[in-house]
Design a protein around this ligand. Sequence first.
Ligand code: ZN
Length: 243
Amino acid sequence: MRLAFISDIHANLEALESVLADLEDKAVDDIYCLGDVVGYGANPNECVEIVSKRCKCVLLGNHDAVATGLLTTQHFNVHARIAIEWTAETLLPENKKILAAQPLAKTTDTLTMVHATPYQPGMWYYITSLEEAYFNFQSFDTKICLVGHTHIPMIIALDEEEIYVHQEKSIVFKERDNLRLLINIGSVGQPRDRNPESSYGILDTEEEKFTLHRVPYDIAKTQSKMKKIKMPDFLVNRLAEGR
Ligand code: ZN
């Protein structure tokens, strides 16, 4: 099986369409979405409709939770708050219903998937250090855990007691029984690792290989739509810089 993982689309339709087009010739069996389908971008309804149709499973992200009234804007900065208020007004009731019904986490025999952290996923913590990553390895039982939320793609490996950031974009874990992985697949719609291209991941369960991919999209088009709906300049400009 070849499984694709996308996350943090943030209502960026151009980015989502570019990633789905890139997946066309990648022969994937299923697509999983790790949440934050909406918030920041100009096309929340379109993104919810596409993702709910194309993905085998969609998880709840913190922006999805706020947009649907499950969570308050208490922990949002001013830019995120302006964006989510517009999103909440724009989302159709049926799409809010779809988002609000999504789970916080999904586990299979070999995989744990969650938007933020495997430790208390509903608290929306961030994994920003190896210490936090190490702590989170204690909160899932599978070999691999996939997350989003920080918008920074990263493969963290735990080999026996040694923890490190795997520097290549691919990792083969065949015949490496002691190796466990905590993988952030990055963001489709608002990358923040100084690379503005959309990020996503593919897991090949036969080859036992995981790869992070990047795809360019029409950033100028996304930005002009965001300007039209009066999103803060900070949110518009950051897309071109990937930060
Ligand atoms: Zn996000």
